[in-house]
Design a protein. Structure first.
Ligand SMILES: [Zn+2]
Length: 416
C-alpha cells in the first residue's frame, strides 16, 4: 500500500502556487520571464534536501534531477516525469492566495476577493466528485496555478516517497521541470542528453484517471497573392488588386464547417490567423490542424483549390501556396512503443481509478518531446477550469496522481 497523504501534497502545492511564475509570449529571452527561476531554484534546493544529490537548475530555468535506480535488474530504461513551472499569461499569477476548503459540502463557493467569481456544480460538475473532500481555489483575483504546479507538487511528492522508501524497487527516475510551456517554448532549451531518459510522462492533465496519448498534427500554410499594379488614375481594365483577391479567398471559405468555431472531437480545421499586404501583393496565413498527416494533406489540397479557383477569376493575378510543418501527433511515435501507454494505464488502475483516454485538440510539450527522442504521453493531476480565476483542484486527485507515478516506476521495474 503506497501512503501519500492528500494533506501533504496540498501543503506543498499551496507553497508553490504563491510564487509568481507567469510566462510572457512577447519576450524573446529564455526563460521568457526571470521570475520563473524563483520556483526552479526552490525546487532544486528541496530536491537536494531530499538527498537527490545531482539536482541542478540552469540559466534557462530548467531543473534536472535523478533518483538513481535500486533494482538488481540492469535493463530498466530511465523514465522521466515532467511538469512546467510557468503559469498562463491569460490571467494574473501575482500574489496568488490559495484557499483550502477542507470539507467541501457541494454548495456554491464564492471567492472572497471578488464575489462575482462563484464556483458551482452546475458549471463545474466535476466538483460533485469532491463532496466531503478537500479542494483548493484561488481567492478571486488571480488564477490558481494548478496548471501546472499540481504536476510539480505530485512529482516532488513521489520523489520524496522513493527517497524515504528505499525498499521499493525502481530503475533510474529522471525529474524534469520546464519553463515557458504556456508560451510554446517548454522544450526550446532543454538538454535531452543531460536528461538521459528513454521515455517520459508529463503530469499536466485534468480529471483523475485521464491519460492523453494523442495531440493534433499541425502545419502553417501561407497563400501569397500577386496582383497587377498600375497608376490608379490610368488603371482601367489593367489593375488587379491583391487585397481584394485576399478578401475574396477568405469569403470563399466554408461558413458552417472546417473552422475552429464549427468543429470538435476528432475533426480537423483550417483557420486564417493573419492577413498582410498592399494592393500589389497580399499574404494570408493559416493554421491547419488534424489528427492524421493524411488529413492535413487533404486540408491543404482543399484550401489550395479554393484559393486557386478565386485567383483564376482575376486575370493576371497569381498565387503561391507554402506549407510549414509545426508539430506532429504524439500518437504516431507512441504507437511504436506501446508499453509506454500500457504501463500508464496499468498504474492508473493500480491507483484505484478508471482510465479516461483523451485526445488533445492542440499540442503539448509531450508532442515535442515525443519527436525529439522521448515518447511522452500526458497524465492527469486533477486540475480544473485552468487559465481562469475559477481554477480549482481536489487534493485527493493530486495524491492519486503521485501514487500513479510511484506505481508506474514499480511497473517499469517489474517488467524490466
Ligand atoms: Zn499545463
Amino acid at each position: 500500500m503506497i501512503q501519500i497523504s492528500p494533506d501533504k501534497v496540498a501543503e506543498r502545492f499551496m507553497r508553490y502556487v504563491q510564487i509568481d511564475t507567469q510566462s510572457d509570449p512577447t519576450s524573446e529571452t529564455h526563460p521568457t520571464t526571470e521570475k520563473q527561476k524563483d520556483l526552479s531554484k526552490m525546487l532544486c534546493r528541496e530536491l537536494l534536501g531530499m538527498g537527490i544529490t545531482d539536482a541542478t537548475t540552469d540559466e534557462f530555468g530548467y531543473v534536472y534531477a535523478t533518483i538513481f535506480g535500486n533494482s538488481d535488474k540492469k535493463n530498466i530504461p530511465a523514465i522521466c516525469f515532467c511538469a512546467h513551472v510557468d503559469t498562463a499569461p491569460d490571467c494574473s499569477g501575482t500574489s496568488v492566495k490559495p484557499i483550502l476548503h477542507r470539507y467541501y459540502d457541494g454548495t456554491d463557493i464564492v471567492l472572497p476577493d471578488d464575489a462575482t467569481q462563484v464556483l458551482t456544480t452546475k458549471d463545474s460538475p466535476y466538483l460533485k466528485e469532491h463532496i466531503n473532500h478537500a479542494l483548493i481555489t484561488a481567492s478571486g483575483l488571480t488564477l490558481l496555478g494548478a496548471d501546472d504546479k499540481s504536476g510539480v507538487a505530485t512529482i516532488m511528492e513521489a520523489a520524496l516517497y522513493f527517497m524515504q522508501n528505499p525498499a521499493v524497487k525502481h530503475g533510474d527516475i529522471k525529474v524534469l521541470f520546464t519553463p515557458d510551456e504556456e508560451v510554446g517554448q517548454g522544450t526550446a532549451k532543454v538538454d535531452m542528453k543531460k536528461l538521459g531518459a528513454k521515455f517520459g510522462y508529463t503530469l499536466d492533465g485534468g480529471d483523475a484517471g485521464s491519460l492523453e496519448d494523442e495531440t493534433f498534427s499541425a502545419d502553417g500554410a501561407t497563400i501569397t497573392i500577386s496582383g497587377v499594379i498600375v497608376h490608379p488614375g490610368y488603371a482601367k481594365d489593367k489593375l488587379v488588386n491583391a487585397l481584394k483577391i485576399a478578401g475574396a479567398v477568405l469569403d470563399a471559405l466554408p461558413k458552417t464547417e472546417w473552422s475552429p468555431e464549427t468543429t470538435s472531437a476528432r475533426e480537423g480545421f483550417v483557420h486564417p490567423v493573419a492577413v498582410n499586404g498592399i494592393s500589389e501583393k497580399a499574404t494570408l496565413q493559416f493554421i491547419v490542424r488534424d489528427f492524421t498527416v493524411a488529413g492535413l494533406q487533404k486540408h491543404h489540397e482543399r484550401l489550395k483549390k479554393i484559393a486557386e479557383d478565386v485567383v483564376a477569376g482575376f486575370s493576371g493575378a497569381t498565387m503561391e501556396y507554402a506549407i510549414k510543418e509545426q508539430y506532429r501527433n504524439m500518437k504516431e511515435i507512441l504507437d511504436l512503443h506501446p508499453q509506454v501507454v500500457a504501463y500508464a494505464e496499468e498504474a492508473i488502475q493500480r491507483a484505484g481509478l478508471t482510465i479516461k483516454k483523451e485526445s488533445i485538440r492542440g499540442g503539448t510539450d509531450g508532442s515535442r518531446f515525443s519527436y525529439i527522442g522521448m515518447p511522452c504521453p500526458n497524465i492527469f493531476t486533477g486540475m480544473q477550469n485552468i487559465h481562469s480565476k475559477l481554477e480549482w483542484i481536489g487534493t485527493k486527485d493530486m495524491a492519486k496522481a503521485a501514487k500513479t507515478i510511484v506505481h508506474l516506476c514499480m511497473i517499469w521495474e517489474e517488467k524490466g
